[in-house]
Design a protein around this ligand. Structure first.
Ligand code: SAH
Length: 398
């Protein structure tokens, strides 16, 4: 077993059970890609077992903080079984679920989503890459699903020195699937869609959007960054008069239109625009258009805190434009999936966007990722998705 010795004082984060060791913390030691290593303090005290990533700044990802734990197939199976059992206990009313959420489930670099009886996995670090076959077999056995598709085409794999890998790992079948979420039918493609095919983390927020639409009876809804139209279908199901969906991806919009039809909504209730959101919002303002509800769910603009300042300006800009486009009493559903933008900062950005737009807003509700995307207390990086439901002009300037 190879040993990684840390520099003096660099044991603090592991002692707080944070699961990463950065390259700069290491005094000596090395191993092959994905090999299990013993991490010790400068004084030689055991800290953790982890997987070595020779090319990554995150040089070791922790498997276990228990010195007596053997790192083997049985241990990985136990971790998977625990993650899967948790989802079963949560009783989520959808056949689209995140079964494994990386570090938060003790499986650094592994994402597994389940769509009906099809599993889709992303192996984004050397450790899980090395154990891929063991993990694939255990996943099939533990879930009873007949097939597992690999979508290891994330940019983070490059940082690990790993090439892209996609295709069926176990079983085979059509990659175009239909998911049932809150009773809505949503088509997706696990081979060509974003992430593993769909944004499961927004499941609860789509339900929230549906509920507010029902309560407040929005006539005109604008869904920005619509992807395959999850929020579009939610608003239409809630009784929205008309939903305009904007995305810069043609295939995503085609799927969105198909999803509207799949749920039996009249085509006249939906408009799809293959366009840039920022430019479209500006155009709507110049045309004097107004909306009763706007969804803003942009892609990750700040992957890390280093990008936060520029991203903050971009978030503020689209939120300011959206506030202007809302009718008085209209509702903004606004999100950030940037790990580099914390909850507080996001709140500030939205508040200052409202100020710049010259409107008051009341926060009706705070939103976050769905509970099958857990955030563990020792891994703050796991908290990325946050959202606010804000009603325009409820305060001093009605
Ligand atoms: N709300 C969606 C997920 C949105 S993901 C859901 O619930 O499923 C972000 C989307 O933004 C992607 O579909 C991407 O194609 C789109 N996008 C990225 N940059 C854009 C831009 N400048 N203008 C319009 N769409 C953009």
């Amino acid at each position: 077993m190879k040993t990684i010795r840390l520099k003096p004082g660099k044991d603090r984060s592991l002692l707080r059970r944070h699961p990463w060791v950065f390259d700069g913390a290491i005094a000596k030691g090395g191993a092959d890609a994905g090999e299990t290593v013993r991490v010790e303090s400068h004084e030689g005290q055991f800290l953790a077992w982890g997987a070595y990533s020779p090319a990554s700044r995150i040089r070791v990802r922790v498997w276990s903080f228990d010195e007596t734990q053997r790192m083997d197939a049985a241990f990985l199976r136990t971790l998977l079984a625990r993650a899967i059992a948790l989802r079963a206990r949560l009783g989520i009313q959808s056949d689209g679920l995140r079964l494994v959420h990386g570090e938060s489930d003790g499986l650094p670099g592994l994402i597994v989503d389940r769509y009906g009886d099809t599993l889709v996995a992303q192996f984004t670090a050397c450790g899980v890459e090395r154990w891929k076959n063991v993990l694939a077999d255990a996943l099939i056995e533990l879930t009873g699903c007949p097939r597992l598709y690999e979508r290891s085409d994330t940019s983070s794999r490059k940082l690990e020195g790993l090439a892209e890998a996609t295709g069926w790992l176990r079983g085979c079948g059509d990659t175009a699937l239909v998911l049932n979420e809150h009773g809505w039918r949503l088509g997706l493609d696990i081979a060509h869609g974003h992430k593993t095919g769909y944004y499961l983390d927004q499941r609860d927020s789509r339900q929230v959007c549906y509920q507010y639409t029902q309560r407040l009876g929005f006539a005109q809804v604008l869904n920005c960054f619509s992807y395959t139209g999850g929020f579009t279908v939610a608003a239409l199901a809630g009784g929205a008069g008309h939903v305009t969906s904007i995305d810069s991806s043609g295939p995503a919009l085609e799927q969105a239109a198909a999803n509207v039809a799949l749920n039996g909504f009249e085509a006249t209730r939906a408009t799809f625009m293959d366009a840039d959101v920022n430019a479209s919002l500006r155009r709507f303002i110049s045309e004097g258009r107004q909306f009763d509800a706007i969804v803003l769910d942009p892609p990750k603009l700040a992957p890390t805190a280093a990008h936060a300042e520029r991203a903050a300006r971009a978030y503020k800009d689209i939120n300011r434009l959206a506030f202007k486009l809302l009718t008085p009493g209209g509702v903004l559903f606004t999100f950030s999936c940037s790990g580099g933008i914390g909850v507080e900062l996001f709140h500030k950005i939205v508040a200052s966007a409202g100020l710049d737009a010259g409107v008051d807003g009341a926060i009706l509700q705070r939103l976050g990722g769905a509970c099958d995307h857990p955030m563990t207390v020792n891994f703050p990086e796991g908290e990325y998705l946050k959202g606010l439901v804000v009603m325009k002009n409820t305060g001093f300037n009605p």
